[in-house]
Design a protein around this ligand. Structure first.
Ligand code: MN
Ligand code: MN
Length: 471
């Protein structure tokens, strides 16, 4: 083959092949620096937003600082107005009003605030063999073996009969105590090792070690439990019955840290789905400095990890109610508004992991450092429980990303017969909105400590900003 024809072939290949570039080849040095700096902000956010309540609280703080105000029923809003609706401290809907009529549709980006964790049962406290424990009930899809012998922090609220809310956060400050789930020593692990992973660790075994000092009284029974309750009463003024109206959970106490010699990745608890929450919120804050063409709406949903149920989950009417209210007050037809709306469902995807190559299909997997993952369909097996975005909409999103130099990759989650997963996409599509999944690829998804690439986090922010700014 002559040198010339090879060059022609090369040119042809370049023209015809879809190439998945690496962010470090795709971005300028200045942009990589920008990505690093952007991720410093993300890591700070992660450390103070480990639960859905904390994520909403922190986001509202950022919104207020930027001049957003609470959404009011019955009020007619105009272009440039910026509001938020806080749904019970657990879900948040943010709107930046654009120039076009609401009937021309909205640009919606939806992430979720909640992450897998270990919740307390409502009657948690007991003592056994000289130790006090909390009974737990895990939240979301966890591999139970990953949560034993990990330093844990206690987060949440206790609500007294009189309505007083007590915020709890123990284990985040260096001087705080931590909490812990024990595991068997290998020396006595013969039977345990013979069990399958799913059977060796049970939900009822995930009990939290919370104390061991008996109350100083000779005759009284349950001395250690009494001592713990006495400490809680001293600090918070609560009794055992107050725990019934509490939402307390254990989350990993570890802070977000750089991963690798080159510091290109971030290890943290709760990337799923704060790694989309932060990029969307910062994109909303940025677009609010302008007056966008389309009205931009951000959803931070709750309860995605348990099926998007409940009135703060994506299946609730709360979000739809707000949008209908907005349309009616603007004398716009809400049905037309929904029909013309476009949404990016912002959730994580499984990054290809060569250590477990057998469960991935390499040609249709997402890879770290290759930009935002564009997922036409989620679900399992024969595409059950998926929204499956229309090709026409995929083309539009592609166009927006390419025009704005957003690095993206098309993928699905794992091999066809291996399993699967869902996101909020299908619930938003039920409102007659066009939806596609766009998010960040994560290594060790749902583990107490997950890993993402910094370049991908920054690219997600760029993607959502480009989408909000569409013309
Ligand atoms: Mn998720
Ligand atoms: Mn998840």
């Amino acid at each position: 083959m002559s040198k010339e024809s090879k060059t022609k072939a090369e040119a042809l290949k370049e023209k015809l092949f879809a190439e998945n570039k690496n962010a470090y080849e795709f971005c300028t040095d200045a942009e990589i620096k920008k990505a690093d700096k952007y991720c410093d902000g993300y890591m700070k956010f992660l450390n103070c937003a480990k639960t859905e309540r904390e994520s909403v609280e922190k986001t509202v703080e950022m919104l207020k600082k930027a001049g957003f105000s609470p959404f009011e029923y019955g009020k007619k809003y105009k272009a440039g107005d910026k509001v938020y609706l806080n749904n019970r401290g657990k879900a948040l809907y943010i709107t930046v009003f654009g120039k076009k009529s609401l009937e021309e549709g909205l640009s919606i980006a939806a992430a979720h605030n909640d992450s897998p964790r270990i919740d307390l049962k409502q009657c948690p406290l007991y003592e056994e063999s000289g130790m006090a424990f909390f009974k737990t009930h895990y939240y979301g899809g966890i591999k139970k073996y990953q949560w034993v012998t990990v330093p844990l922090a206690l987060h949440g609220v206790m609500v007294k009969e009189n309505g007083e809310i007590i915020n709890v956060c123990i284990g985040e400050d260096e001087s705080d105590p931590l909490f812990y789930i024990t595991d068997l020593l290998p020396h006595l692990g013969k039977d345990q090792e013979a069990k399958t992973l799913g059977k060796a660790f049970t939900g009822e075994n995930l009990n939290i070690l919370v104390g061991s000092i008996p109350y100083d009284d000779e005759k009284i029974s349950e001395k250690i439990k009494l001592n713990i309750l006495s400490l809680l009463n001293e600090k918070y003024g609560v009794t055992e019955e107050d725990l019934v109206s509490s939402e307390l959970c254990l989350v990993p106490a570890a802070k977000a840290r750089d991963i690798g010699f080159d510091r290109s990745m971030i290890g943290a608890y709760g990337h799923d789905d704060r790694v989309c929450v932060y990029p969307i919120v910062t994109a909303a804050l940025e677009i609010a400095k302008t007056v966008p063409e389309y009205t931009c709406v951000t959803i931070l949903a709750d309860k995605e990890e348990i099926g998007s149920e409940g009135n703060t989950g994506m299946q609730s009417f709360a979000f739809e109610n707000m949008l209908v209210e907005m349309a009616l007050n603007a004398k716009a037809n809400p049905r037309k508004m929904f029909e013309n709306s476009k949404c990016l469902s912002a959730d994580v995807n499984a990054a290809y992991d060569p250590n477990y190559a057998e469960v991935y299909e390499a040609r249709n997997s997402s890879y770290i450092n290759k930009g935002v993952a564009l997922t036409k369909f989620t679900g399992a097996r024969g595409k059950s429980s998926t929204n499956d975005a229309h090709a026409e909409y995929v083309a539009l999103v592609r166009k927006i990303f390419n025009k704005n130099k957003v690095l993206w990759q098309a993928c699905e989650l794992g091999k066809v017969d291996q399993g699967g997963g869902g996101t909020v996409a299908m619930y938003i599509s039920k409102m007659n909105v066009d939806v596609i999944d766009v998010g960040v690829s994560v290594l060790s998804m749902h583990a107490p400590y997950e890993v993402v690439s910094k370049a991908d986090v920054y690219m997600a922010h760029k993607a959502f900003y480009a989408f909000f700014g569409r013309e």
